[in-house]
Write a protein that binds this ligand. Structure first.
Ligand code: SF4
Length: 343
């Protein structure tokens, strides 16, 4: 059986000393005890620090976390180890639970690039031209933008969501790269992108990827759809984080270049230890700001509670539930009479 030190050593994002691991082990015990005391669950995004993933009850990407949070029944408290919009999403779908974000600095530059007041103005301007306009928002948006949206999507289901709508004209917020990726798969729709991007994925250049591939032509290149188009064009597959995990598990290839936030390469190295993951990645400062101490303090002191005003929550939940319905197959055919509509 591998030790915690050996497991942590396998991931390269952070360097861990034996002293770090001793402290981490003590904090893990403290956190597990506090979880029992508070009747809490810890959910964590793939990109989080590996020592936090070790105490999480559930690890996943945005969609997986949103679905999981909506189904929490037995726990009173959800400790959300993600960024602020994700914790808001958990509160939106499960308002009777106390949702805590361990560190308030865990925001998101992409979500912040689409302020609700600006999105509202853009919708009004576009509806004057396209009366059938529908608004699709990536889950990486604030609760207030979700409330303005007809339906939410993730990087895993963006094309499926766009295809499910009866409207031909679609404002897609906030990520222009994901909007373009969805538009390429659904050419029959007029997808109008909001001009936002994720600073982490935007930094990755085709030159970097080409250099790594030239040094090792056997690599399978997996690219996240938030990356630039010139990077996506170099990929063997363009996949969401959960899609990358599945692909690496199911594909026969031994070596992969993972082009996204570095935390996913760490998760892959832990979950698929018999394969090699070369990093063509960048770190998201927002995803790394939370520490195990923050998680412990959050559980101990019940901080920081995420509040979503009810009038926003109800509208945002409607948009999210529509995505869940499409995912569950309740709504799937283009032009389906029950498909989400502009209102
Ligand atoms: S990786 Fe990009 S989209 Fe994700 S939390 Fe960081 S800034 Fe936001």
């Amino acid at each position: 059986m591998t030790t915690l030190f050996e497991e942590l050593k396998r991931v390269k994002t952070f360097e861990y000393t034996q002293e770090d691991v001793r402290e981490i082990t003590e904090l893990h015990s403290e956190i597990r005890e506090l979880k029992r005391h508070r009747n809490a669950v810890v959910v964590a995004h793939n990109y989080y620090r590996p020592e936090i993933l070790k105490v999480a009850d559930f690890v996943g990407d945005s969609l997986e976390l949103a679905l999981m949070a909506s189904e929490v029944r037995d726990a009173d408290v959800i400790i959300f180890c993600g960024v602020h919009f994700m914790a808001e999403t958990a509160k939106i779908v499960n308002p009777s639970r106390t949702v805590l974000l361990p560190n308030l600095l865990a925001g998101c530059q992409l979500a912040d690039s689409a302020p609700a007041v600006d999105v509202e103005k853009k919708i009004a301007a576009l509806r004057a031209i396209h009366p059938d306009l529908a608004v699709v928002s990536y889950v990486n948006t604030t609760a207030a933008v979700k409330a303005l949206s007809d339906i939410i999507c993730t990087s895993a289901n963006a094309a499926k969501i766009v295809r499910s709508l009866s409207s031909n004209n679609i404002l897609f917020t906030p990520d222009r790269n994901l909007a373009r990726h969805a538009a390429e798969q659904v050419p029959e729709k007029n997808v109008i992108p909001w001009d936002g991007f994720c600073y982490v994925h935007q930094q990755i250049t085709p030159e970097e990827i080409t250099k790594i591939r030239e040094a090792d032509p056997s690599l399978k290149i997996l690219v996240h759809p938030e990356c630039r188009r010139d990077v996506a064009l170099l990929a063997d597959a363009v996949l969401s984080t959960s899609g990358m995990v599945r692909y690496a598990k199911e594909n026969a290839a031994e070596r992969y270049l993972v082009v996204t936030e570095c935390g996913l390469s760490d998760r892959l190295a832990m979950e698929v230890p018999d394969k090699t993951f070369v990093k063509g990645c960048k770190l998201c400062a927002f995803m790394k700001v939370t520490t195990l101490e923050d998680v412990r303090d959050s559980l101990r002191d019940l901080k920081h509670e995420v509040i979503v005003p009810e009038e926003i929550r109800v509208k945002a939940e409607r948009a999210l539930r529509r995505m869940f319905d499409v995912e569950k197959g309740a709504v799937s055919a283009p032009g389906d009479a029950t498909a989400p509509r502009c209102e």
